[in-house]
Design a protein around this ligand. Sequence first.
Ligand code: PLP
Length: 415
Amino acid sequence: VSAFEAVELAPPDVIFEITAAYDADQSTNKVNLGVGAYRDDSGKPWVLPVVKKADAILRDDKSLDHEYLPIAGLPSFTEASARLAFGGDSVAIKEHRIASLQSISGTGANHLGALFMSKFYKDGKTPCYLSNPTWANHKQIWNNVSVPLFDYPYFHTKTRGLDIDGLLSAMESAADGSIFLLHGCAHNPTGVDPTQDQWVKIADVMERKRHFPFLDVAYQGFASGDLDKDGWAIQYFVERGFELIVCQSYAKNFGLYGERVGCFHFVSKNAETAKKIKSQIEILQRSEISNPPAYGARIVSTVLNDKALFNEWYLESYAFEFRYRCQNLREMSHRIIDMRQKLFNHFQKLGTPGTWNHITDQIGMFSFTGLNGLQVKKLRAEFHIYMTQNGRISMAGLNSSNVEYFAKAVDQVIR
Ligand code: PLP
């Protein structure tokens, strides 16, 4: 008899369950709108051309070996990551107020942040507030470090937009100094972001209540194609003088999902504190992963630190108009924006009941369609269309060959 007989069978991960069911489906019309990874217009994963070039450069570099990276990661990577998140002219960078550590993608950055807060923020029992709904992993990550969790209202079911009043009043009534986990851009799963005016209101309340901003930024540049626009909230909170955490992922904006490349940043009030914080987080990192993996960080560092490669990955939108070559970030973000428009147009053409402007108002990989559980079930059973029960679709799963099919299917299950 095993000493672990009492261990209960856990339910399968929802997204992986959807993918397995999709894979097993024999229909030629099948559509997978569950998975949170970019697909090109033929429904295939896309290796960014700039990543291929960086890869070739690394393969030619005879000075590289397989030695361990430092505990905090590759310095050229963490420094470039800070410039990306906080801006090249960031005062916080110049004043050495940021502790940056390479992490196991965005998930690892979230975990390091949660672990650090549980050990060093007040008594470790200060509640953390998560948006309702949020990325499902947030709950598991914070539960693992035994920090009390609460929800704050986020999604307004009627408008399918932001419930700003609910959000602000939750911030007002939370105990002073609470942790608020905010999605820096392209909120997952709703695709609904605060406007800049709303971010100002959020910062006002947080400042007055001395709440701690914990910013999860998994989609910078991937959402709008504009790094500054998507990074606006980060830079605004830093300008306002908050101490805060930023979790960065390169899964989406570099398409490096499986390489697990991310960065954790703690912005402090002064260089002295940042140094002490970094030393403590290094100990946490050492006990968990010793040191982060090298390959993906080298790819990102090669691109971010080379002008020509950087421009190929991203060129500011105003300069873009003068170039013919499609920039990698723009190609991904604009294909998704284009799909939102096409889907909306199809609904208009079909006269699908309800309002659909939320499809084009929402941003990033995901959209909360407003479809209910029953409709989601019907789409799967009758049309071989796969998505999560809450009606979230990954826009990246749509393409020129299936967007009309999807729109017509939705139209039918709604009527
Ligand atoms: N945070 C949010 C809100 C996300 O949507 C994701 C990815 O889906 C992540 C973090 C981190 O993903 P990864 O660990 O692959 O970088």
